[in-house]
Write a protein that binds this ligand. Structure first.
Ligand SMILES: [Zn+2]
Length: 231
């Protein structure tokens, strides 16, 4: 096998290694976070927080209403217990009782509204829990598939790396350094020659260049500087 052909094969292996590494990086990126699941979890925790806030509000207001009811009860005892006979005093208690009742009625209305909000909050939390659970299930499946894919790619990568070492054993350091240099500058370092033309730049080679390419030495295209390989 000619030296140029070995370098050409090295390029193919390098290209494969690069592609597989890129795919592995992409998989790593996808494995590191799942936006759909994060979003579902965030929505759920926000809804749970809202619901807890409403329940706390309800509990506090309910305690206040309870206290008002007790106060109203005490006033009613005074009004109807028969112990207090003074009309002005009775009137005072009646007015106070009316104020308390009006206040209680407002609180009861608010409690009712809160109760409705709590009910719909509970429905929302239930739905978001379901969404979160199905996002979790979907993610487990996706993760499993990605891990299988990654394992296959790692096997492929190891094989390509072994192949690379094998090829390097038959390429001298000088040639390797030319290859690396052209690769760094041009991306594609080794190009085929077909019908007397360099496929890197499409320029037709001179007769002497064509003769040199047929030999075993590494020949660079005069025009584009790539290593030429006659297949
Ligand atoms: Zn060229």
């Amino acid at each position: 096998m000619s030296l140029a052909k070995r370098v050409f094969e090295l390029q193919q292996v390098d290209h494969l290694i690069q592609t597989v590494r890129k795919q592995l990086d992409e998989i790593d990126g996808r494995l590191s976070r799942n936006e759909a699941l994060e979003q579902a979890r965030n929505n759920l925790s926000a809804a749970e927080k809202d619901l807890a806030g409403l329940e706390k509000q309800y509990k506090d207001l309910d305690a206040e209403a309870e206290m008002l009811r007790a106060n109203i009860g005490q006033i009613n005892d005074k009004l109807y217990g028969g112990k207090i006979k003074n009309p002005r005093e009775l009137l005072g208690y009646e007015q106070e009782g009316n104020l308390l009742k009006a206040n209680l009625s407002k609180k009861d209305d608010t409690l009712l509204e809160l109760m409705e909000k709590i009910e719909s909050g509970k429905v929302a939390v239930r739905k978001l829990k379901e969404t979160s659970r199905s996002a979790e299930t979907a993610w487990q499946v996706e993760k499993g598939e990605l891990q299988v894919q990654a394992e296959k790619l790692k096997v492929e990568l190891a094989a390509s790396e072994n192949k690379r070492i094998e090829i390097l054993n038959s390429v001298d350091p000088g040639t390797l350094s030319i290859y690396e240099g052209v690769r760094a500058r041009k991306g594609t370092a080794v190009v085929k020659v077909e019908q007397g033309r360099c496929l890197g730049c499409r320029v037709t080679l001179s007769i002497s260049e064509q003769q040199r390419v047929r030999g075993n030495a590494i020949v660079l295209c005069d025009n584009c500087g790539r290593i030429m390989y006659l297949s």
